[in-house]
Design a protein. Sequence first.
Lengths: 207, 207
Amino acid sequence: MSTRIAKQRSAMRKEPQQARSRATVETIVQAGARVLSDEGWSGFTTNRIAELAGVSIGSLYQYFPDKLSLVDAIRHRHLDDSITVMRKVRADGLPPAEFAAQLVQAMVAAHSVYPGLHRVLLDEAPSSEEYRDPNSEFEIEYLSYYAEAVATYRKRSPNAAYHVAGRMISDAIDGVIHNAARRGAIDDLAMQRELVRLIALYLGETG
Amino acid sequence: MSTRIAKQRSAMRKEPQQARSRATVETIVQAGARVLSDEGWSGFTTNRIAELAGVSIGSLYQYFPDKLSLVDAIRHRHLDDSITVMRKVRADGLPPAEFAAQLVQAMVAAHSVYPGLHRVLLDEAPSSEEYRDPNSEFEIEYLSYYAEAVATYRKRSPNAAYHVAGRMISDAIDGVIHNAARRGAIDDLAMQRELVRLIALYLGETG
DNA sequence: TAAAAATGTGAGCAACTCTTCACATTTTCT
DNA sequence: AGAAAATGTGAAGAGTTGCTCACATTTTTA
């Protein structure tokens, strides 16, 4: 359902071939995401994941060469989903307030399945080089997205200054969403309204 | 140097009495903060801390009954320092832009020693009840601080709506600072300027 | 249907974790 | 100075973790 962005570096040990094993891998990835979201990196133990997935620890290691490759698989999937959601909201033509409202709604939606996952993937879980790279395809597309939005409302073409502004507002949004998720208050409408106002004000200001 | 906010729950096992042992405890706490900031909760092992502090593991357990009590000591110290810094910046009389500038400067300063510490303490490290409590003295003072700032510029007295707004802008600032710290770019002046603009715009808007 | 390939299992090893405790050293007290 | 108190040490026990491997079961192939 989601567009793959880049080939995974630490590939799977063995590609599942039959429907049964593909289901097994799917179950493992989902169990991993659940554990990561609910209990953080320190709760992310291979035995725990296998237990929650209802498969033996041996099955997990049939397809994932080590713990890190499993995190990478989860991260890969999550980033794909995030980008997909974001691509749907574009600034063209929309007034700042409306763009902000749609963006916040998309962000909230992206965090409603595994509220803690994004934060844990970003902050706690170790990542392979591919994802630490500030010039990774994902980082570039993500940053450009915000820089473009800022440039649109500043009525200029994206430049270095707008990249700084884009990253800043992106980090601010991230902070609000992430702290709301931590308190289990991601659906707080009053909070969402204030966040929309914050974004709209910042973008609307013709600096 | 810092005002104690609340008595610690999980006290020390034994109070250091001589100058030598007080220095030992100090070294351990600092080593702990360093490890927590640099390597996160998963790197925070008692043996590692003792090694970095240059004392034996036995010495650590002479004063701290367990690992958690050491985290609590570090957290306690960090919260004291944060509040102390924040108390110095008040909104009274200052135009929004100037208040925002001082606030950002204070936040940057508070994160320049152990850039990752705040985030790890908030998100990764387990905490005793005292600190998880959303009605803890710290949380209340922290929230009131922002609610007051919002109310000041909205020219009304703090109420429930301003608490929501206060928390939102606080979380936004937190996100920017925290993501900058993660990239090692907490001193980026361009970023700081944009953050100041964001805060000033939001506070200046008479909703 | 029989062989081959794919998939699933879980006891257990090596490495690491937190913590204790019997003991050695240093400082303070009388 | 000698005794008592405070401080410092690190080997080792009990528990947990990532991961392997010899083997059992299921599915596909011929």
